[in-house]
Design a protein around this ligand. Structure first.
Ligand code: ZN
Ligand code: ZN
Length: 311
């Protein structure tokens, strides 16, 4: 276990103890964290020559960068090109180095930066026909760059396999990327864990998984009833508990690196996510830091506990 993983485990433990000491598990009592000692936990995971980095994750914009050997792709372009460029810089990657962009679905937080990205590069866009049409007018003039997703495709030294997800969009997908013996899966914006999703997540080396909301916090939060029902529904978003349930039951081939993604800024906190993960996983005998390395992606790419870990 690395130093930061040990600190993460200590953090999860302190959250649990604080809640027990408070004698109640209401979201209003989500614990204040000892912020000083906790490291920044980047939304990034590596295995061998594979890297997954969440440039941004959440309802204000999503973009994931995958670098595998000589292949560099984006999944979603929901932030500005300037932010994508900044996010790629630490990896020595420029916009024009990208081989392709894959889109999960047409919601603005996943395609906002796409028109400018297409304007500034020559790369192809892979997505479903329905998603391309649903994005509509703003990308109409780039139709020659659109590649309809097949069941499986090879792109340089990766293999990409899309899978269906349940979400209120035209035809949304998640993606599994294979490079050598490394399997990486991204599954966000999903109302529930279907068998397709469970199969895509099984035995992944790196898993980007939505942990959008704490159900109690959502139900007691500021969102209008209709929106709460949409988020909680089968075509909405995955809760901390549902994500933890998947991880608890998931077959693995050793240490799985998990990036928790698309966390709501209104209906969740890093502390609640970690607390739920820890308690559900421990029931199934999995230990954070040993069986699962957890990272939290956030709206700005990194969780900075020093900026307020209880957000
Ligand atoms: Zn989204
Ligand atoms: Zn969405």
């Amino acid at each position: 276990m690395t130093e930061s993983e040990q600190q993460l485990q200590a953090l999860a433990l302190s959250v649990s103890q604080t809640r027990q000491a408070a004698g109640c598990a209401g979201p209003s009592l989500a614990p204040q964290l000892p912020l000083a000692e906790v490291p920044n936990l980047g939304g990034e995971a590596r295995r061998g020559d594979c890297l997954v980095s969440m440039l941004a994750s959440g309802s204000k914009g999503n973009a994931a960068y995958f670098q595998c050997g000589q292949t560099r792709i984006l999944i979603d372009a929901g932030i500005s090109c300037r932010r994508i460029e900044q996010g790629l810089k630490p990896y020595g990657c420029q916009l024009t180095d990208l081989d392709a962009v894959f889109i999960t679905h047409e919601h603005t937080d996943h395609v906002n930066g796409l028109p400018t990205l297409l304007k500034r590069t020559h790369m192809p866009v892979y997505t479903t026909q329905e998603t391309w049409q649903a994005v509509g007018q703003k990308i109409e003039s780039y139709t020659d760059r659109f590649v309809r997703l097949p069941r499986m495709l090879h792109l340089k030294d990766i293999q990409v396999v899309p899978f269906a997800i349940s979400h209120d969009a035209a035809r949304p997908v998640g993606y599994t990327i294979y490079h050598g013996d490394c399997k990486m899966t991204l599954a966000t914006d999903l109302g529930f864990v279907s068998q397709d999703v469970a199969d895509a997540a099984a035995y992944a080396d790196i898993l980007v998984l939505e942990a959008n909301h704490d159900e109690e916090m959502l139900k007691n939060g500021p969102y209008p009833y209709m929106l709460q029902q949409r988020i909680l529904g089968n075509h909405g978003h995955l809760s901390n508990m549902a994500a933890a349930g998947l991880l608890a039951d998931l077959p693995t081939k050793g240490m799985m690196r998990v990036l928790l993604a698309h966390r709501s800024e209104k209906n969740n906190t890093p502390a609640l996510s970690l607390h739920t993960m820890r308690s559900v996983l421990s029931r199934s005998g999995k230990v954070i830091g040993q069986d699962i390395l957890l990272r939290l992606a956030c709206q700005h790419g990194q969780v900075r506990f020093q900026d307020g870990g209880n957000r």
